[in-house]
Design a protein around this ligand. Structure first.
Ligand code: DX5
Ligand code: ZN
Length: 224
């Protein structure tokens, strides 16, 4: 089943609880939380205290996307604060196997993220150990950017590889998702679709989620 994960990066940080409730009503099961450190990416967002507050404000699963250097230093804090999915960038982790293990040891699902220019084959040896792979379809750091089309081929490749090698990781995409491309993304084999500005940039975030899910269903119907 394809899921939509609203990214709070595009929400109103002064009213996070209210904005999260709005997408809860749309029936989503998770919230995507973008953590940026001003080093790995040229932007700064939030840390464990905000995750802790979100945990109190909602029962939705918190998917923390760490766009930070030295994630090993902070993974335990994010897990204890309530992150149930934690992903780290391949490009930021020289000891990726150890980092993935650390996430699991802290009780969260472990994901690895690929920047647009990083090829899928760089993950070939770790794929059996991860719970999910996140494919960036924009260069990380900011919301509201244009979808990079070649990310679709990376989704197809990851989908092919998990069938051939009988892996069970889920595939997530992040960046530039809209009603115009969400159907194609789902049919490429994606399971979790992150969307920020196309949800929280709208007057009615719940209606925006419903609109994205409708496009996913239409595409599935066309393929059947
Ligand atoms: C970008 C973040 C994304 C961002 C997506 O670095 O990782 O999660 O919120 O925003 P949109 O959907 O607006 O491209
Ligand atoms: Zn993200």
């Amino acid at each position: 089943m394809v899921e939509i994960a609203p990214s709070i990066l595009a929400a109103d940080f002064a009213h996070l609880g209210r904005d999260v409730k709005a997408v809860e009503r749309a029936g989503v099961s998770m919230i995507h939380v973008d953590v940026m450190d001003g080093h790995f990416v040229p932007n700064i967002t939030i840390g464990p205290p905000v995750v802790r507050s979100l945990r109190k404000a909602t029962d939705l699963l918190l998917d923390c996307h760490l766009m930070i250097e030295n994630p090993d230093l902070y993974i335990p804090q994010f897990a204890v604060s309530g992150a149930r999915m934690i992903s780290v960038h391949q490009e930021a982790c020289p000891h990726l196997d150890r980092t993935i293990q650390l996430i699991k040891d802290n009780g969260a699902a472990a994901g690895v993220v690929l920047n647009p220019a990083t090829p899928v084959h760089t993950l070939s040896t770790i794929l059996g150990a991860v719970d999910f792979v996140l494919v960036m379809s924009v260069n990380p750091g900011f919301g509201g950017q244009k979808f990079i089309d070649y990310a679709l081929e990376k989704i197809r490749e990851l989908d092919r590889m998990r069938r051939e090698r009988r892996f069970s990781y889920r595939i997530e995409i992040d960046g530039g998702v809209s009603e115009d491309n969400v159907g194609e993304i789902a049919s490429a084999g994606c399971d979790i679709i992150v969307a920020g500005s196309s949800i929280f940039g709208r007057d009615d975030p719940a209606a925006a989620v419903a609109g994205l899910l409708r496009k996913v269903e239409e595409q599935a119907f066309l393929r059947a």
